[in-house]
Design a protein around this ligand. Sequence first.
Ligand SMILES: CC(C)(COP(=O)(O)OP(=O)(O)OC[C@H]1O[C@@H](n2cnc3c(N)ncnc32)[C@H](O)[C@@H]1OP(=O)(O)O)[C@@H](O)C(=O)NCCC(=O)NCCS
Length: 174
Amino acid sequence: MSGVVFPTGFSLKSLQRSHPRSAFDCGQSDVNDWLRTKALQNQEKRLSSTKVLLDRDGDIAGFYTLATGQVDFGDLPSALARKLPRRALPVAILAWLGVSTVQQGQKLGDLLLAQALRDCHEAGLTFAFVAVILDCVDDRAKAFYQRWDFAELPGSTYRLFLSSQTLSAMMTPR
Ligand SMILES: CC(C)(COP(=O)(O)OP(=O)(O)OC[C@H]1O[C@@H](n2cnc3c(N)ncnc32)[C@H](O)[C@@H]1OP(=O)(O)O)[C@@H](O)C(=O)NCCC(=O)NCCS
């Protein structure tokens, strides 16, 4: 996958206090609440990083939040865990992603997901992890991610993973 190019007039920035977070509405209250009230505080505490996609008016068209975490060896599918040590294992977490309702349906969600995975891949060249993990808010969100080769973690209907090997393959130009 080559670098992500957003449509003309859109720009991706690290979340800042001056960005109009309280006006953001993606139609999912948990996702809205995260961006409006928690994302910046968590970023300032170095718990997660959020990038916002600004439109030409400076409004937030979409965003994603990444963090690091751990999963237990036993939570991974056996095909992935087979060659790994039996302990807590490092993962990248795609914690949140949303596109404003007025901007949905223009592929911005796909572009933000592509950029989030690119960020994970680049970070993984320095800080290794075994998979990207995410929690879906509902079945529709799950369908959105499954189009990108995310698969269910065993026993966790709404927790999906993408192995680092699959991520590397996605990011390697053919
Ligand atoms: C899910 C979401 C990010 C998609 O954003 P979007 O910009 O409208 O999506 P795109 O225009 O990039 O659509 C890309 C593809 O995903 C599909 N899609 C869009 N929204 C979808 C959804 N909610 N569920 C399943 N598939 C979806 C589209 O049909 C399209 O498929 P196609 O290429 O086969 O036509 C957006 O609907 C959203 O913010 N939802 C609320 C928050 C949320 O659920 N976030 C994810 C969990 S944190």
